[in-house]
Ligand binder design. Structure first.
Ligand code: ARG
Ligand code: ZN
Length: 426
C-alpha cells in the first residue's frame, strides 16, 4: 500500500537546476508521534526510504516510540502525506507553516550582523554564521599564547577540494590525554561550527577561566568537517545535510557522512539510494570527510591519548552515549557513560536553564548504523558522544545567530565536565 501511494505522488524535491537558493515556500513541518511499535516501524520505513527520488519527506528529527518527530513535507506531497498518516493511525500537527519564512527570518539577523562588519579587515564574529572562507581565515590566523600552544593541521581534503582543519590546543607537551571534537559533519547544522570556533576563541582569549579544563589535556577540534555541504547550504540549499560527492549513475549528489563509518554500516536509518538524505555511501569510508576524522581518531589512539570523542550535531538538546546502533544495549562501562551524561546535563542547565536529555543514542534518540560515535567506541575511545545542540524544534536548523553565544556557553560548560572526568580516568 505504502509503495503504491508513494509512487503516485509527484515530487518537487528532485534536484533543482535553477540558480539561487532552493526555496521552501509552503513547506510545512509536521510533528508526528507514533504510539505503537507498528506505527513506529512505518515511520522508520518512511525515514530510511523516503521516496524513490529521495524526496517525499525529510525527517528533521528521527522517530521514536511516543516521541514527537519533526518531518518537513513539500506542498505537493502534503495531501498524500496526511493520508499516509491517517491510514496508519498516526496523529500529526503542523508545527511550522512555511519553512521559507523560517529560513528568511533566520537569515535576517545574519545579514545585519555581517554588513556591520564591513568588507575589509573583517574579523571573525559570532553574531552571524560565518562562511567557509571566514572560518579558514580565522583558523589559519590563530596564534599561540603564553599559555596555549596552537597548531592547525589539515587532516584531509573534501570532495570539492576544501581543507578539513584540525586545531590542537595544548598547555603542555607532556600531556598524555586528549579529547577530539568535530562539528558540522552535517551541513545544515550551522550552530555546530559556530560553537566550535567560539569555543576555540574563548579558550585562547579567556584562558584563566579555563585553566582547570586545559590542564593535562590536549584538545583537538575540527570545526568544519563537511565544508562542501556547508558552503552548499549557504549558496544553494539551506537544508542540505550530506556531502557533495558525485554518485555515479545517479543525478543525486552526496552521502550522509554520519552513515559512512565502518561499524554496523548500513544497518539502521540508512539508505542505499543516493537520493536519500541518509544515503550511506557506496562503501564504508567512501567519503573523504569520514576518512579524515577516522584517521585522526586512529592516530590519537595509537599515540595512546584519546579518551573522548564528541561529535557536534543539532538539534534536539541531547547528550548521547553508546550504543547508538541498536536499542536496549549497554556498554560494559554503561554506569560511567550514564553518570557523565547526568553531570553534563546538570552543568548545561546551570548556565541558561536549557534542558537536555541524556541516554544511549539508540534509546534516547533512535538506532542508526554507520555513525562516527559508535565507530569511535568500537575502536577503543572510552567516552564517545553525540551532542545535539539547541533547540527543540522551534527554529530547528535555522537557529537565530543570537543563540550562537548562549549555546556555545552551555556546550563549553559540558566540556568542563568532560575534562574533569577525563582527567580522573587512569
Ligand atoms: N542526528 C544524528 C544522525 O542522525 C544522530 C546520531 C546518533 N548516533 C547514533 N549512533 N545513533 O546522524
Ligand atoms: Zn546531525
Amino acid at each position: 500500500v505504502v509503495t503504491l501511494l508513494l509512487i503516485s505522488i509527484t515530487s518537487t524535491w528532485s534536484e533543482d537546476d535553477s540558480v539561487g537558493m532552493r526555496r521552501y515556500e509552503r513547506h510545512k513541518i509536521f510533528s508526528v508521534t507514533a504510539d505503537t511499535s507498528e506505527k513506529l516501524k512505518f515511520l522508520e520505513q518512511l525515514q530510511a526510504h523516503p521516496f524513490p527520488d529521495g524526496s517525499l519527506v525529510d525527517f528533521w528529527s528521527l522517530p521514536g516510540l511516543d516521541k514527537e518527530t519533526d518531518i518537513m513535507v513539500a506542498p505537493t506531497n502534503e495531501q498524500a502525506f496526511k493520508e499516509l498518516m491517517d491510514e496508519n493511525g498516526i496523529s500529526f500537527e503542523v508545527k511550522v507553516d512555511d519553512v521559507q519564512t523560517l529560513i528568511e527570518d533566520g537569515s535576517k539577523g545574519n545579514i545585519r550582523a555581517r554588513s556591520r562588519q564591513g568588507t575589509e579587515a573583517r574579523r571573525m564574529g559570532w553574531g552571524y554564521y560565518a562562511r567557509y572562507s571566514e572560518i579558514e581565515h580565522f583558523l589559519t590566523g590563530l596564534v599561540s599564547t603564553d599559555e596555549i600552544t596552537v597548531s592547525v593541521e589539515t587532516i584531509g581534503t573534501s570532495y570539492e577540494g576544501r581543507n578539513i582543519r584540525a586545531v590542537k590546543l595544548s598547555t603542555s607537551p607532556k600531556n598524555t590525554k586528549s579529547v577530539l571534537i568535530d562539528a558540522n559533519i552535517h551541513a545544515r547544522e550551522w550552530i555546530t561550527s559556530a560553537t566550535a570556533t567560539w569555543i576555540i576563541n574563548e579558550l585562547l582569549t579567556e584562558t584563566p577561566y579555563y585553566n582547570e579544563m586545559l590542564k593535562g589535556i590536549d584538545w583537538y577540534i575540527v570545526p568544519l568537517l563537511n565544508p562542501d555541504g556547508y558552503e552548499y547550504s549557504h549558496t544553494d540549499d539551506r537544508l542540505w545535510r550530506k556531502t557533495r560527492s558525485d554518485n555515479p549513475g545517479s543525478k543525486c549528489k552526496g552521502t550522509d557522512p554520519n552513515r559512512n563509518f565502518p561499524f554496523h554500516f548500513g544497518s539502521r536509518s540508512s539508505d542505499k539510494n543516493p537520493c536519500s538524505p541518509v544515503y550511506q555511501g557506496s562503501a564504508a569510508l567512501s567519503q573523504n570527510e569520514a576518512q579524515a576524522i577516522s584517521n585522526l581518531m586512529k592516530r590519537l589512539l595509537s599515540e595512546g591519548s584519546l579518551l573522548c570523542y564528541i561529535s557536534f550535531h543539532a538539534y534536539g538538546q541531547y547528550w548521547l552515549y553508546p550504543w547508538g546502533y541498536q536499542t536496549g544495549l549497554r556498554t560494559d562501562d554503561y554506569e560511567e557513560q550514564a553518570s557523565l551524561g547526568k553531570k553534563v546535563v546538570a552543568a548545561i542547565k546551570d548556565v541558561h536553564g536549557t534542558v537536555y536529555t541524556t541516554g544511549t543514542a539508540a534509546d534516547a534518540l533512535y538506532p542508526v548504523g554507520g555513525c562516527s560515535d559508535d565507530y569511535a567506541k568500537s575502536i577503543g575511545v572510552k567516552y564517545t558522544v553525540t551532542i545535539e545542540m539547541r533547540d527543540r524544534g522551534t527554529s530547528a536548523f535555522i537557529l537565530p545567530p543570537s543563540e550562537i553565544v548562549p549555546n556555545a556557553e552551555e556546550v563549553l560548560a559540558a566540556l568542563k565536565v568532560v575534562a574533569a572526568r577525563v582527567r580522573n580516568d587512569p
